[in-house]
Design a protein around this ligand. Sequence first.
Ligand SMILES: Cc1ncc(COP(=O)(O)O)c(C=O)c1O
Length: 427
Amino acid sequence: MSILKYKPHLTVRDNILYIEDISTVELAEKFGTPLYVYSENRIRENYKKIYNAFKKFNAEIRFACKANSNLSILKILKSLGSGLDVVSIGEIYLGILAGFDPEKIIYTGVNRSYEELDFAVQSGVVLNIDSISELKKLINICEKREKEVKISFRVNPEVDPKTHEKLSTGLKLSKFGLHEEQALKAYKIAKENKYLNIVGIHMHIGSQITSVEPYKEAFSKLILFVKRLKKELGIELDFIDMGGGIGIVYKPDQKFIEPEQVAESIDMDLDYEPKLLIEPGRYIVGDSGIVLTRVTTVKETPYKKFIGVDMGFNVLLRPAMYNAHHEVLVANKAGEEGKEVFDIAGNLCESGDMIAKERKLPKVEEGDILAVLDAGAYGYVMSSNYNSMLKPAEILVNGKDYYLIRERDSLSDLVAKQIIPKHLLRC
Ligand SMILES: Cc1ncc(COP(=O)(O)O)c(C=O)c1O
């Protein structure tokens, strides 16, 4: 089955892959490769789909911008009414720059420094606290600044999300969150401090989750804890944040879940009505984006056929980091049947730099353009200048229009922050 069945924003016209109404081959010619390209309308559709699925809870979305923090993408989300889930002061900065109300930004993080917490306090965002150590620093900051903050605590529900181990965040042995008894202690400490305004509770069990059961189990544990908070400490919350994590279809035959199924599986069994927050990242932007890359080499060894391309894991880290599968199409031969099996190799001097393995593709020649699909989440944000490669440009497509939303790095960017000590200047 073709993966395109799941990607209505991608179509084949006259043997060419189109994103919305724009030829990917023309984009590659005009802007060069490697190139990230996103469909604005797909982002809007995905947002609406997940929003509608959770409508019965009057849920609000806090887009997890670690998935994609390009300012134009953030502005699309803002125009849809989203808030933000951020994980660094850099993301707070970007969120505020994009025009988000700080009250609709929740700052989750782990092992944050005094300075980072202080920055967040001054920004007016909601702080989601991960440890007693962070809580103590926060109290110190608020007392010094005589400033009140809204806080929630991240609770570790000890549930296996049945995803890649590097994408699991709420296991017994995970580094994230407070386990139940510690969390209770943290709420008690917070309640006794006049500067801390307890507004919520948070969990996030993992990413690329493809079954409903982990959500059901974790959420019911969270609800039991929320009941304990009221019974034992008299705390009623404004919100319950169930995190993100809903997976997308990277492979035509893979298991996946719809947001409606997740919404169906959770039960807000409480005697009051806190707001539900959800923090999807991948679900909203993942399939909206592709990377276009040009074939530089077709190489046959006695054992394998390789296609060499002009991108590596500095452009898209997921295959190397998570062994992730991304479908690959030949954009200028998108209507042709697969004929030969190739490994697609990146251009970094690392043997782990493989974009895809054992893929059946039409006859591939040097100069062809490949499209690596589902690269809209955890794509550009994880790119780097490793091997002193240049980071790619990003394009946003909307119907028949397209926009350059980030320029490609130039060589001078590689040295922009470097300082050569005087004694080495003349070497
Ligand atoms: C705290 C938090 N919320 C939300 C997300 C978004 O996850 P996803 O992109 O899988 O929806 C993440 C990512 O792992 C996260 O760490």
